[in-house]
Design a protein around this ligand. Structure first.
Ligand code: ADP
Length: 494
């Protein structure tokens, strides 16, 4: 089976969130299970500056779309997975992030950047770029790749297409004028296609035209068919319920493992948990917190957005940090109002609260290896990887029971403690008071019953969310879809 995996960011080269991790580890796991999976992504400047060797395997054009492009081939680090970089310098070779400039503002030509990317994806899927490779299936991910299923199917292709929703809240919405400027088929301007309340929606291309839809947890798959979580797409997704599947994301335990993590100071496992205290002292030193091995550290490693409930933490600070033996570490970037408020709060709590407003992969690992509680009060959460990493590091998650958080964290109660299934603390309502109550439950156990806490940490660390399970789910779905869709290659797109 061969699969073209189209995505806009891939760890370790470009990462703004969990999507990049998935786009690295899922293809790796699929490759290890025998699938010929190849990634295609834009050749951003930040990637080209990290890659020293590549092979130019195509240099061609799509004249009708005004695109001249090269395809550069590299290999995903520590794997056998080929990665094709779509090199269009005027679109991707620029400073800043993949979606925003250095000040955080969206690139004004994002619609064009990802429309052209999708056109090249389609040409590759149809073996029209000179690579002499034809996938059995196209796997697209999130809005950046949403036009590819639409263009492919509109061109009459029967190539099976799967679209994974990693976060329905990001839809790639652009005004009608941009739709016109992209010179897409006129028929796409319809509520049954890309039109969405008077705008164009990239993600609808995937939601409408892909043969199968996946999202990253079973609970989120249910939720997005409801008005509360559907972001305006609940009607469409309810209609496609039969083709919508929830498959949990996973963890690559070769990279996230406190026994050999190169980012952390002291390695440990369940028989050497005391090393976490040494890591804690190092972290306190690194972040300017009071050095106190007995302090309990709460952590928030996250995009700082309403989705992630950063405001619930901000409003609850007085209740979350009442005592000197409690400390809070925030690592994240996001909405400027939250960033400013966090900095102000931290300056009033020197030594007790540290706020790091940047992206630092190594620090994320070090916090996981040192903190006691990970706060994820998300209002919605498609899957969430941070809580899965926290489990392996014995940093106990405190989560709002939504989406993947509800699916992956088992709440502490008498029964779950007794049978050893407890892994964290859940609360039902995304409200500051609910978060504070859950943190108090956790603190009561942490301070009052050391043996029970150790049992909890031990069972959290032993949970297995490895990618192999998820890859099996994807592989089964791919195989079913391919066998149900006898594929006949068609000619060039109009
Ligand atoms: P999402 O994809 O919605 O942002 P996830 O929990 O699925 O949330 O994945 C977030 C990923 O990004 C995790 O790997 C987490 O460690 C990482 N992360 C988030 N913010 C930062 C940051 N400021 N520095 C380093 N890593 C971060």
């Amino acid at each position: 089976m061969s699969v073209l995996f189209a995505v806009s960011e891939v760890f370790p080269w470009v990462k703004t969130g969990g999507l990049a991790d998935v786009a690295c580890y899922l293809p790796m796991a699929l490759n290890e299970s025998g699938i010929d999976v190849r990634i295609v992504m834009p050749a951003y400047r930040s990637i080209l500056s990290q890659i020293h060797e590549y092979r130019v395997c195509a240099e061609t054009s799509l004249p009708e779309a005004g695109i001249r492009y090269r395809i550069l081939q590299v290999t995903l680090p520590d794997s056998q997975v080929p990665v094709y970089l779509v090199d269009i310098p005027e679109l991707y070779d620029r400073p800043g992030g993949p979606y925003t400039d250095s000040s955080g503002a969206d690139w004004p030509d994002n619609a064009l950047r990802y429309a052209q990317f999708c056109r090249v994806i389609v040409a590759m899927a149809l073996n029209q770029t000179g690579l002499h490779w034809r996938p059995d299936l196209l796997q697209c991910n999130d809005w950046h790749t949403g036009l590819a299923p639409a263009l492919l199917k509109a061109g009459g292709s029967r190539l099976p297409v799967v679209f994974t929703i990693h976060n329905l809240a990001y839809q790639g919405i652009f005004p009608y004028e941009l739709f016109r400027s992209l010179r897409l088929p006129a028929g796409f301007w319809s509520p049954d296609a890309l039109e969405f309340y008077g705008n164009m929606s990239f993600i609808k291309g995937g939601l409408v035209y892909a043969d199968r839809l996946i999202t990253v947890s079973p609970r989120y798959a249910e939720e997005i068919t409801t008005p509360e979580y559907g972001c305006g797409m609940d009607g469409l997704l309810s209609n496609r319920r039969e083709q919508l599947t929830g498959i949990l994301n996973g963890v690559d335990y070769r990279y996230w493992d406190p026994r050999n993590d190169t980012h952390i100071w002291h390695h440990y496992w369940i028989d050497s948990l005391e090393k976490r205290r040494l890591n804690k002292l190092e972290l306190q030193e690194e972040l300017g917190l009071n050095r106190d091995p007995e302090a309990i550290i709460l952590a928030h490693i996250s995009r700082l957005t309403g989705q992630k409930g950063t405001d619930l933490i901000l409003f609850g600070l007085a209740d979350l940090l009442p005592d000197n033996d409690l400390q809070l570490v925030v690592l994240g970037t996001g909405e400027s109002g939250f960033e400013t408020a966090l900095l102000t709060a931290a300056s009033a709590r020197a030594g007790q609260m540290s706020v790091c407003l940047y992206f630092d992969e190594g620090l994320a690992h070090r916090i996981q290896a040192s903190a006691d509680l990970l706060l994820m009060p998300s209002r919605f959460e498609p899957c969430g990887l941070t809580q899965l990493y926290a489990l392996r590091y014995g940093c106990i998650p405190v989560v709002c029971a939504t989406g993947g958080l509800a699916d992956t964290i088992t709440d502490v109660d008498d029964q779950s403690l007794k049978d050893g299934t407890a892994t964290g603390f859940q609360f039902q309502e995304p409200a500051t008071s609910s978060l504070v109550t859950a943190v108090r439950r956790a603190l009561a156990m942490r301070r009052g019953d050391a043996r029970a806490w150790q049992r909890l940490v031990t069972s959290a660390m032993q949970k297995d969310f490895s990618w192999q399970n998820s890859a099996r789910g994807y592989a089964r779905l791919f195989a079913d879809l391919i066998s149900a869709t006898p594929y006949r290659p068609v000619g060039r797109l109009p």
